[in-house]
Design a protein around this ligand. Sequence first.
Ligand SMILES: Cc1ncc(COP(=O)(O)O)c(C=O)c1O
Length: 389
Amino acid sequence: MNVANRMNLLGTESAFDVLVKAQGLEAQGHDVVHLEIGEPDFDTPSHIVEAGKKALDDGYTHYGPPVGLPALREAIAEEINTTRNLSVHPDQVVVTPGAKPIMYYTIIALAQAGDEVIYPNPGFPIYESVIRFADATPVPVPLTEDRGFSLDVNQLRDLITDKTRLIIVNSPQNPTGGVVPESDLKAIAEVAVEHNIPVLSDEIYSRLIYGDTFHSITAYDGLENLIFILDGFSKTYAMTGWRIGYGVMPSDLVPHFNRLMVNSNSCTAAFTQMAALAALKGPQDSVDVMREEFRKRRDIIVDGLNAIPGITCPTPGGAFYAFPNITGLNKSSQEVADFILNEGHVACLAGSDFGVYGEGYLRFSYANSIENIQKALERIAQCTAQLQT
Ligand SMILES: Cc1ncc(COP(=O)(O)O)c(C=O)c1O
């Protein structure tokens, strides 16, 4: 069958490929530790599950408004206004099945052939994939370890041309766990306002931050008509499989997102939206419990990785990823990741899966039990010792 040329432009997320390989090893009887997939290993808090079940019983099983149920849009606007010190209207909120569609819709709504989009590298692979799919040119801005995986704002300035249609910012970050400092956010905001360039701020890990409080780029003056916030429920409330997220944007963009929803998903599942409403309105202690558990695991994996010769691991400030530097092993990221999977049965991702500037690193998701993390560390130490002989 002839497939449209544009399909060659679409990339993927290697986490799903590695998961399949790891499951293949499991099918052969091997015990694999999964540190590849970026999803909380906790159950969705029970009051949220109960709200979802009740919604099914109450008949929330039909189509609804493409941009989301009014009650949920209102609750999201309230949440954004409280946590980001903004004053957005519920009409600026678009609810989607997972937060990923907001990324997709923002890029295809703003960029086309001849346009450029600046995105973080290493970064979430879907940014580059969708920019290419939109026929636009991806312009990577390097995130470097010496800056705590933030970007150099002068370099960002140099990358801007009259074709730049969007700047993507992600903090806390996937894959590095880095948090962009307030001073850099302010400087990026100033650059965006000066050049009148929209910003997509991917804040999906906004509640998973271990140090200071969360800072959003949206807080800076002048961005009101340029900002797209992406956030959701997948990571904060362990709701990856419910598929619910949202975007907040200037009101004139909402009709475009409405049509994108009508043309793709129709709407987000109504009972899922009711569960999300319960997540926002209900007790938040489960979010704190999860974050504190992640903090413990982070400290264990970072200390353990730093104790392995040839590896150094900075302490991530957010999300649930460790991004160790493995250049001391003198092998490519992919070779090391493959060796650790095939010989040590620990699944992780090569830093190069997140872009060229990710070479020399591995990504470990520490959304797994302490026992499994310790088992993985022992196996990684054995594998890297073998690699060095
Ligand atoms: C940086 C980043 N943004 C967005 C998403 C998408 O989240 P969702 O599962 O809600 O679509 C992810 C998921 O891994 C992510 O890591």
